[in-house]
Design a protein around this ligand. Structure first.
Ligand SMILES: CC(C)(COP(=O)(O)OP(=O)(O)OC[C@H]1O[C@@H](n2cnc3c(N)ncnc32)[C@H](O)[C@@H]1OP(=O)(O)O)[C@@H](O)C(=O)NCCC(=O)NCCS
Length: 237
């Protein structure tokens, strides 16, 4: 995360607006919002352009994908793999010096990432979520507002935890799972399961089809943020 960096934000819907405000909070300059089907020409003073207009990356401009749906975000990251991806951490968030944050990820207002937690690439840690010590969050996960992950929880690729989910310590949640709003998770969850309720129970499985991942090129040129080795400034509250 570098201040005054120029970037595009992909996605002009609700999450796009929240990410735009997050990025402006870090003093970066947004050149434009990009959308596949823009509904207006601008968001305040920031132009909104059709995605077909910007297929070639400018060397000094990075991209942040502000799409809440995990599979869509993954597919867009593959489509725009020539870009450098950008991560952004709100100044009111707390990220432990021993935690790491991957590229393309956003840590929203008042989120807490505690000691030794690992946040992957293109992850959303939404408003006021708590990620306790040693949690491991894989790529393309979305942790919704007010989620509480106790220590040592792991979340697999592409999973979505709805608002207010609570997970007890040491639980493993698989890939492409959905955990309904308000669920209390007390057992491990297998891949692709949807779990709701207190205590959380499986109600169904999904058959989401992933595009073949060709992530090597993206991984090579984007770097994980080591919070304690950069010059980031974080405020607690
Ligand atoms: C879990 C969820 C994805 C299920 O959505 P769905 O696949 O459309 O499922 P349905 O609405 O058909 O619900 C299926 C059953 O689960 C129940 N259910 C759904 N969500 C539930 C929840 N969060 N807690 C408890 N029960 C729930 C429904 O009442 C229904 O029960 P029934 O079969 O006895 O009538 C959705 O309800 C949810 O909680 N999404 C999280 C949204 C969120 O927090 N977003 C944050 C964005 S920042």
């Amino acid at each position: 995360m570098e201040e005054n960096r120029k970037l595009y934000v992909f996605g002009a819907s609700g999450h796009g607006k929240a990410v735009t405000e997050l990025v402006l909070n870090t003093n970066c300059k947004i050149e434009a919002l990009i959308d596949d089907a823009p509904k207006s020409d601008n968001l305040g003073y920031i132009p909104i352009v059709n995605a077909t207009g910007i297929v070639k990356p400018a060397p000094d401009v990075a991209l942040i994908i502000a799409i809440g749906n995990n599979l869509t975000r993954k597919n867009i990251s593959l489509r725009f793999s020539d870009y450098n991806f950008f991560s952004s951490i709100h100044q009111t968030a707390f990220v432990s010096p021993s935690a790491t944050v991957g590229f393309g990820s956003v840590i929203m207002l008042r989120a807490i990432i505690n000691a030794d937690a690992k946040i992957g690439n293109h992850v959303i840690i939404n408003t006021a979520a708590i990620i306790e010590h040693e949690c491991c969050i894989d790529d393309f996960v979305h942790i919704s507002p007010n989620v509480t992950l106790s220590g040592n929880v792991s979340i697999g690729l592409g999973s979505h935890l709805g608002a207010g989910v609570i997970v007890i310590p040491g639980i493993k949640i698989g890939k492409w799972c959905t955990v309904g709003a308000g669920t209390v998770v007390i057992n491990d969850i297998p891949d692709r399961a949807t779990v709701v309720g207190n205590p959380g129970k499986i109600i169904k499985y999904n058959n989401l089809v992933e595009t073949a991942a060709k992530n090597e090129k993206i991984l090579k040129k984007n770097k994980v943020i080591k919070i304690n080795s950069g010059n980031l400034k974080f405020k607690t509250y």
